[in-house]
Design a protein around this ligand. Structure first.
Ligand code: ADP
Length: 589
């Protein structure tokens, strides 16, 4: 018989469970003993068994309190189990001795029941379960011998009948033993399968964590050179160029932006899969959010000769609580696809609130449409219906998969209505809390590059190409810029000067940006200096990384590749939020 895999102390749990049924059963059995064998035997048997059960309860409780019960305690419990089984089986032996048919049948049934009940424990401890089974076997044999003493009917001699009864008892116990062996085998296989499943689960979790780290690292490593490419392209676009050069530059920018979009998609998907995607719940204006997603394609739609309209039903206008960034991202993806795949006609974006209070946004196009059998596939990762359109329009096949996952995270869903040749309508629905019917829609202003007197900007950046990008972008915007190459130099330069804003890269040699901003914040507190706005300017783009930067004392985060409009907006917002200039007197003191 295979060795059980569970610790023998699991038997204690069975004993604990059995406590509630063992007393009533013992009393009931004593009643039966009374009926067959009279009060003297019944009371003596009951008293002996109650005493044994009491000892058993005390023994099990004592073992359970031991810090690490060893082999000797297992043997002690096995010995107790043997004694208890024999004490209990005194009743069926008594019944066998009674000799009447009903008494013998009742007695042997009790022994059979005791043998079967030892199966559970035999699958946990061979010693303890074996003691119960051995005691029951012994009592069964004794019972058969005693019953054989009674005057027999039938042609065969008494010794033969007793022999047959003994073989019957042995055969029965043989079957019980075989059942126990099978049970242990099944338990062991189950435990092995469970261990394999747990190991695989652990390995999968480790692989997933490694994948997330790999993606975060690759994202950082790709964004850094991409920042050089896109930053310089933006800086060059601001200068004097011939039409041909401007056209070539626009190709570089578009290619860089596509690469950034793929990078963002892969990163988003890995965040969703790792359960790291966080959904915000902040107040936002629906009109502003959808307008931002739609107007990004106005130029492209015009270029293709498409009509692009946004229509929000009056009762849906206003403020909601939710995640505007993710809603914009989903709408952006749907409008991007609609404009991308539609050759002529119109793209209509409509928003309304349903009777159930859910917000719906539909993006309808007059494009090629989608066949029924392809509908479900579309929302899978890396699925593109037509390779030739993909070659023409680009794309990674991740957009709709991300839309579906993001909507699910926000508690919403996406539906598609389409037929080949009749256009497509993607409709997203979201349960969003309504805040106010009419929102104080902030005017969406194009950011004028750093208006006002030149800002004193300190930038820390270890990558030479990116230093050139910063010098080109900010120098062109008329900033008074000082660039250092690591966090330690940034802290020294900050201490020696008076700055409107600090732009801090994060991964730098000597001292990283997070340690540098912590040191700056520490010194500001110690010297009661006016806090200088510090903006993290980094290729680290994972949500948890951004949260760590803010916790360390960064006021804002601008990702790389740098988008010039976003950078200028962040600088102006940080400067506007900074304490008024008169507070600077503190700084002198
Ligand atoms: P991508 O656009 O990056 O290829 P998506 O997941 O956004 O990836 O879309 C997957 C595929 O679904 C597209 O390649 C295209 O074949 C099909 N598709 C998406 N939107 C439309 C649409 N509005 N009209 C026709 N086909 C579409």
């Amino acid at each position: 018989m295979a060795k059980p895999v569970r610790p023998w102390t699991d038997v204690l749990a069975y004993r604990q469970r059995d406590r509630r049924i063992i007393l009533p059963l013992t009393v009931l059995a004593a009643g039966a003993a009374w009926a067959f064998l009279g009060p003297a035997f019944a009371l003596a048997w009951l008293a002996a068994n109650l005493a044994v059960v009491g000892c058993g309860v005390a023994l099990c409780d004592w073992i359970a309190r031991r810090p690490a019960p060893g082999d000797r305690l297992e043997s002690a419990l096995a010995l107790y189990t043997f004694i208890h089984t024999v004490a209990y089986c005194a009743l069926p032996i008594g019944l066998a001795d009674d000799g009447t048919k009903t008494a013998v049948i009742a007695g042997m049934s009790v022994i059979g029941g005791v043998a079967m009940s030892s199966l559970d424990e035999l699958a946990i401890s061979r010693r303890i379960g074996g003691a119960a089974l051995g005691a029951a076997l012994l009592c069964g044999l004794v019972g058969a011998l005693i019953a054989g003493q009674h005057p027999a009917h039938g042609p065969a001699p008494a010794w033969l009948k007793t022999g047959l009864a003994l073989s019957g008892v042995l055969a029965f116990f043989g079957y019980v033993y075989q059942a126990a062996a099978k049970r242990i085998g099944a338990d062991n296989r189950m435990a092995e399968a469970l261990a394999v499943a747990r190991r695989k689960e652990h390995e999968a979790a480790e692989a997933n964590a490694a994948k997330t780290t790999f993606l975060a690292t690759m994202s950082h490593e790709i964004r850094t050179p991409l920042n050089g490419v896109l930053g310089m392209a933006q800086a060059m676009a601001a200068g004097e160029l011939s039409d041909e050069q401007r056209q070539r530059l626009s190709v570089i920018r578009q290619a860089g932006q596509s690469l950034t979009a793929v990078l963002n998609d892969v990163l988003d998907l890995s965040k969703i899969e790792a359960g790291l995607m966080q959904i915000e719940a902040t107040p936002f204006d629906l009109g502003e959010t959808l307008q931002a997603a739609v107007s990004a394609f106005a130029q492209l739609a015009e270029h293709k000769g498409l009509t692009l309209n946004l229509q929000i039903e009056p009762e849906a206008l206003g403020q909601y609580r939710g995640d505007p960034t993710r809603l914009r991202q989903v709408a952006h993806n749907l409008v991007s696809n609609a404009v991308k795949f539609t050759a002529e006609g119109a793209v209509e974006v409509t928003a309304w609130t349903g009777a159930d209070g859910w917000l719906s946004v539909a993006v309808a196009d007059s494009g090629p449409g989608i066949a029924d059998d392809q509908r479900d596939k579309l929302f899978d990762k890396f699925v593109q219906l037509d390779a030739s359109t993909t070659r023409r329009h680009g794309g990674s096949g991740l957009g709709l998969a991300i839309c579906r996952e993001l909507l699910a995270l926000m508690g919403g869903r996406i539906a598609l209505e389409s037929a080949p040749g009749r256009g497509s309508t993607f409709t997203l629905s979201l349960p969003l809390e309504r805040l106010a019917a009419t929102g104080a829609a902030a005017a969406v202003a194009e950011t004028a590059p750093l208006a006002g007197p030149p800002l004193r900007i300190l930038a820390a950046e270890d990558n030479e190409a990116n230093r050139l990008v910063l010098a080109a972008l900010l120098g062109h915007a008329g900033a008074d810029l000082t660039i250092v190459t690591n966090g330690a130099e940034a802290v020294d330069a900050w201490a020696a000067g008076d700055w409107d804003v600090v732009l801090m890269d994060v991964q730098m040699p000597v001292m990283d940006g997070v340690a540098a901003v912590q040191e700056i914040r520490r010194r500001e507190a110690a010297e009661a200096r006016r806090p200088t706005p510090v903006i993290a300017l980094t290729a680290n783009a994972m949500t948890h990384q951004v949260a760590e930067m803010r916790a360390a004392g960064m006021d804002d985060h601008v990702g790389k590749p740098i988008d010039i409009v976003r950078l200028f907006a962040a600088i102006e917002a940080a400067v506007a939020r900074a304490p008024a200039a008169e507070d600077a007197s503190l700084r002198a003191g």
